[in-house]
Design a protein around this ligand. Structure first.
Ligand SMILES: Cc1cc2nc3c(=O)[nH]c(=O)nc-3n(C[C@H](O)[C@H](O)[C@H](O)COP(=O)(O)OP(=O)(O)OC[C@H]3O[C@@H](n4cnc5c(N)ncnc54)[C@H](O)[C@@H]3O)c2cc1C
Length: 449
């Protein structure tokens, strides 16, 4: 089972993992002298503001992903990047500290997956020829895939089945068509995983939980004055909330809450928390109203994410816990394209060459869960929180390489490094010794600064 000249590939879903899979397949095929027909099914309208074009996300792109995309020749244009974030302010119930990008040249980007929030007037061009500064990240990646030769169908796929050896795609308004390879890039929202008939792919779905996202309008000036290029991260004691972030963008800030089974009541508790209210101008209404959603966020991986000629990618297969899901989409898309073109498209090929990449991400998420259990401990033990804050404060006078706690916190909340790397740095005796010393000082009543 190999992809050869004029093989037909269907990609169901044109989010980051679908578009990047098409991009890599077409680019690698060209290098190998193979002509592939790649078709992407994507019903979302990425040029529309609000839910029609949005794939529900905080919109933080890690510096690692920015660099990896740049190496592929994919540079995010100014209309896509809403803001370059170079620092964050960490708020706890026991004090707050600012953490700047550890290595000064690094920056993360904030952006929208669609063309901005619902009811956003600035998001659509009012006059013909006017440049719109709210361009969709997903739309931009889809255009890169089309530029490589992919064809996009704006049709929803209702079923993927198999008769004989080839998988078949059934799409609304297009009937049923057979392909040599079907890639499921459907994510974990929109009930996309339900389309797979067991004859095509029998698998355990990835485990998920409900997150919460809302947009708050402050105007461009208001965002600059109150947030600038700083993201705010909150580790506050609220049930089921692991952490929350306020991310500055063009005229809005995006509020993202991650944890277990979050709902609007809990979001209200968070938004009316004094630490959160203090970050906003007093007159702003923080009730989530215009643009808000409770998307599913990945906790565990699909198993197995493949069969003969059918394979899952991105969130549908595996993601990264609470961060850099788009980075996971990039990694799985590249591994999948390499496997399909170099080794083959049988179950055994995917098991041998694609599964290790998914397993590595899944294993890192297991470590991530332990990291967040530790974070929870910090939330409930004031002396540990204060010890952590004391460490960060003192590190501000040190060189970037010596800012151990700041680097660990930066990587935990921005997704710029793996959880395994974070864990290995935190179990170092020197790190633990410093934390113990600063926590002892906090216990003895010494302040954070
Ligand atoms: C609250 C929250 C905050 C997040 N914050 C961040 C963050 O700040 N940074 C980050 O990197 N990641 C973040 N993520 C994770 C990130 O959103 C995902 O990892 C990423 O979107 C995965 O891309 P994907 O292409 O696999 O899936 P998706 O982005 O979900 O795309 C799936 C696509 O498939 C299409 N589709 C579904 N079903 C069908 C069908 N039947 N037929 C045709 N098309 C179909 C959908 O329309 C959609 O466009 C966040 C996630 C959540 C829930």
């Amino acid at each position: 089972m190999q992809l050869t000249h004029y093989s037909r590939v269907a990609i169901v879903g044109g989010g980051p993992s679908g578009s990047l899979t098409a991009f890599f397949l077409l680019e690698m095929a060209k290098d190998l002298g193979i002509h592939l027909n790649v078709e992407i099914y994507e019903p979302a309208q990425f040029s529309a503001p609000g839910p029609k074009g949005c794939n529900h996300c905080g919109g933080v792109i890690s510096e690692t992903l920015m660099q990896m995309l740049a190496m592929e020749g994919i540079n995010l244009p100014p209309g896509v990047v809403q803001r370059g974030v170079d620092s964050y302010r960490l708020h706890t119930d026991y004090g707050a500290v600012s953490i700047t990008t550890p290595l000064d040249e690094m920056r993360i980007a904030s952006l929208y997956r669609g063309a901005g929030p619902l009811n956003c007037k600035a998001c659509t061009a009012q006059d013909p020829g006017q440049r719109v500064s709210y361009q969709s990240f997903d739309g931009f990646l889809l255009e890169r895939a089309v530029a490589k030769g992919a064809v996009v169908h704006p049709n929803r796929v209702t079923r993927v089945s198999r008769e004989g050896t080839l998988p078949k795609v059934h799409a609304k308004g297009m009937g049923e068509r057979a392909f040599d390879l079907v890639v499921g890039a459907v994510g974990v929202n929109n009930n996309g995983l339900a389309i797979f008939d067991p004859s095509a792919l029998s698998f355990r779905h990835p485990t998920t939980t409900k997150a919460f996202v809302t947009e708050i309008h402050l105007g461009r000036e208001g965002v600059l004055r109150h947030f600038g290029s700083t993201m705010h991260v909150f580790l506050v004691r609220l049930p089921r909330v692991d952490f929350a972030a306020v991310i500055p963008k063009g005229e809005y800030v995006t509020v993202v809450m991650l944890g277990r089974d979050l709902d609007k009541d809990l979001a209200m508790q968070f938004l009316t928390h004094p630490l959160v209210k203090n970050c906003f101008p007093a007159e702003v209404d923080l009730t989530p109203h215009a643009c808000m959603c409770r998307p599913e966020v990945c906790l565990g991986a699909a198993d197995p994410p493949f069969s003969d000629r059918v394979v899952l990618v991105g969130d549908a297969a595996v993601s990264r816990l609470y961060k850099d899901g788009n980075g996971a989409a990039y990694r799985t898309a590249k591994a999948l394209a390499t496997t399909a073109l170099i080794y083959g498209i049988s179950r055994q090929d995917f098991a041998r060459h694609y599964r290790p990449v998914c397993r590595k991400l899944d294993w890192d998420n297991t470590i991530g869960k332990a990291v967040f259990l530790t974070v929870d401990l910090f939330k409930h033990l004031p002396f540990l929180s204060r010890g952590m804050l004391r460490m960060v404060t003192q590190e501000q006078n040190l060189s970037a390489q010596q800012r151990d706690m700041s680097m660990v916190l930066w990587d935990t909340f921005t997704g710029s490094n793996s959880y395994a790397s974070i864990l290995s740095r935190t179990v170092h005796p020197a790190f633990l010794g410093r934390l113990a010393w600063e926590s002892l000082n906090a216990l003895l009543g010494k302040g954070v600064a």
